[in-house]
Every structure is written in structure tokens, then in C-alpha cells.
Design a protein around this ligand. Structure first.
Ligand code: AVJ
Length: 326
């Protein structure tokens, strides 16, 4: 069990609040208003996202679960260590992590599991889903990804398996994701491994349903970002004045999420000392979720210093977890 959080970045709360304010000011002052997807995950947002992952309309979690369940033992064999540090970037609720850990434990490999997440709430949810086992040690790290990675590197010399699951990489555009992966590559050692999840291009109706679920969870998830601004920055958004809109952009190859003002009005945000005007039907862009072809994955890997060991996919070919080597 994760009995405690081993490390919590000192600066995270203060720096985050300030950066959040700056980013909201920048985004809402832009010609096309926008907010950054990383700000979805306050405590409420993390919980709503966890519910999304369990909804029938949201296939990615189900598809990735099927993959991991199938390949967990093979993964341990391919990596072939007797002790390993499993470092998870953006750990989520821990259900998928537990599957992978089981694969290593089944082949008698000792596992030191380091979930890294910016949200303390994520760590709390995760705690309930990682089981006690004599071969498993857990050390939760509440920090930014690269700060957490650095910390593990200082503490331990074991071989590493870094997990970046759930198509979190899809929130980056195609330039950002290469920057991120290059930086990750720089921070890993020779013969460490990365297991990275990519959501694949597929039938538009399936995509559209996943980002417009029938229970309105995605709508709540998106509108919660406005509520977060109200709470943390003293805004007076009335979420009744906004409508959720999730749509596939085929030129970009990405799902896009917007909230759209349903009438002309203004919103005041006190910690920014500023009023923001919305025209009728003016959008705020909130998120890109890029979709990939398996050939894109080979290309990205090659371009960022990694080599592909194997792509793992599900029956429907909806998702790929790709195992890379540094
Ligand atoms: C956590 C970024 C993988 O893009 O599918 C789910 C977030 N947004 N529903 C995704 C999300 C709307 C999710 N990722």
C-alpha cells in the first residue's frame, strides 16, 4: 500500500496558482479565447475524469485495459529484470498500473513503483487501487513530471520502466509531443524502457461519442474549468451561459473541446482585476486530443531518440501501447 506520499514539491501550490492566473489571463485575452487542458485536473476535475474513464461511451480506457491485461506477462519477459523501478507519469487511479505491476510480480521481479502526479487527489485515489505485496514498494511523488523523474534518478540506480499511458500524449500538439519525448529521452538511461499509450484514428462516430458522453460527464468536466477559475481566481462565470461542444477536426487529426457562450455577456475575474467580454456564441478552446496512425508512432519514436520494441493493440485496433527502448 502507499501509506504516505513520499515527496511533495514545496513550490507546487504557490507556483501553480500564480502560473494558473497568468495562463488564464493570456488565454482569455487571446483573439480566439482558450484555456489549457492541464488545468482540468483540480480535485473535482480529477474525480470527474475518473468517472469518464469508466463510462461506456469513453472507449480509450477500456481498450488500453484490454491491451495491458493481455500483455502484462510478456512485458515483464521482454524487459527481463529482477528488480525494476516503474515510474508512472500522470498516474490516474492506479487500475492500469496494478495490471503492469502484477505482470512483473508474476515473474518474480521486485517492483519499486513511483507514481508521479501533480494532483494530491490523484494520489489518494490511487492508494486504494494498488495492492499490498511483498515484492512491491510504492513511493508517491506529488510534483511535475521532470522534477519527479530527477528525484527517482537521485535515489535509485535500478533499470527503469517509465509509463505514460492513457494517450495523455494526445493533449500535446505534434511539435510539443516531440519536445516532451526528447526531454524524456534525455532524462533516461541506456536500456531503460518507456511504455507509451496512443489513441488511434478511427470511425468519427466512435470518437464523437467518447467526447460527448450520454451522461454529460465530459460536459461537466469541461465546465468545471470555469468553476475552478471562479474558486481559485475569484471569477464570476455562470456556467449556465456556456454550452459544451466536442468535435473531430479531420485536418488536425484531433478531437477538440470547446465551451461556447450561449449569449453576449461579460465575466469578471477579481484576481486578474479584469473583465472579459463574450460575444454571443463565442467559443473558448479547451483541449486537443490528437489521434494517431501506427506509422505516426514509429515516426515519432524515431524522431525523439527512442527505438520501438513492439506495438501492442486491442481487438478493435482502437489504441496502441507502444514499448520503446532508449
Ligand atoms: C486524459 C488527455 C487522455 O484526451 O481522451 C477525456 C482527457 N478529455 N475526455 C483524452 C479527456 C475529455 C483524455 N486524456
Amino acid at each position: 500500500k502507499i501509506s504516505k506520499i513520499d515527496y511533495k514539491s514545496k513550490n507546487i501550490d504557490k507556483d501553480n496558482r500564480e502560473q494558473f492566473a497568468i495562463d488564464v489571463l493570456t488565454g482569455l485575452s487571446a483573439e480566439t479565447k482558450n484555456l489549457q487542458a492541464k488545468y482540468f485536473y483540480d480535485d473535482v476535475g480529477s474525480k470527474i475524469f475518473q468517472q469518464i474513464t469508466q463510462h461506456d461511451d469513453y472507449y480509450p480506457t477500456r481498450s488500453e485495459f484490454e491491451i495491458l491485461n493481455q500483455v502484462k506477462n510478456e512485458l515483464a519477459e521482454l524487459i527481463g529484470e529482477q528488480e525494476i523501478d516503474i515510474i508512472e507519469l500522470g498516474a490516474g487511479d492506479g487500475h492500469k498500473s496494478q495490471l503492469i505491476i502484477n505482470g512483473f510480480v508474476n515473474s518474480n521481479c521486485k517492483v519499486n513503483y513511483y507514481p508521479i502526479d501533480i494532483s494530491e487527489e490523484a494520489m489518494v485515489m490511487l492508494k486504494d487501487n494498488i495492492c499490498d505485496h511483498p515484492l512491491v514498494e510504492c513511493h508517491g511523488i506529488v510534483a511535475e513530471y521532470f522534477e519527479g523523474l530527477q528525484l527517482v534518478r537521485e535515489k535509485s540506480k535500478n533499470k527503469q520502466l517509465v509509463l505514460f499511458l492513457g494517450s495523455n500524449i494526445g493533449n500535446f500538439d505534434r511539435v510539443q509531443n516531440q519536445g516532451f519525448l526528447r526531454r524524456l529521452w534525455m532524462n533516461m538511461n541506456n536500456s531503460d524502457h518507456l511504455l507509451v499509450g496512443f489513441d488511434l484514428k478511427k470511425d468519427i462516430d466512435v470518437l464523437t461519442r467518447a467526447y460527448n458522453d450520454s451522461s454529460g460527464l465530459t460536459k461537466d468536466f469541461n465546465l468545471n474549468l470555469l468553476t475552478r477559475i471562479n474558486h481559485e481566481l475569484g471569477g464570476n462565470f455562470d456556467i449556465e451561459n456556456f454550452q459544451h461542444f466536442g468535435v473531430y477536426n479531420p485536418s488536425l487529426g484531433a478531437m477538440e473541446s470547446y465551451v461556447i457562450a450561449t449569449k453576449e455577456h461579460s465575466v469578471y475575474i477579481s484576481s486578474l482585476k479584469r473583465e472579459f467580454h463574450f460575444k454571443a456564441f463565442e467559443p473558448i478552446h479547451l483541449e486537443h486530443s490528437f489521434k494517431f496512425l501506427s506509422s505516426d508512432i514509429d515516426y515519432i519514436s524515431h524522431n525523439t531518440g527512442f527505438s520501438v520494441i513492439k506495438h501492442f493493440t486491442d481487438k478493435e485496433s482502437y489504441f496502441i501501447d507502444s514499448l520503446w527502448k532508449v
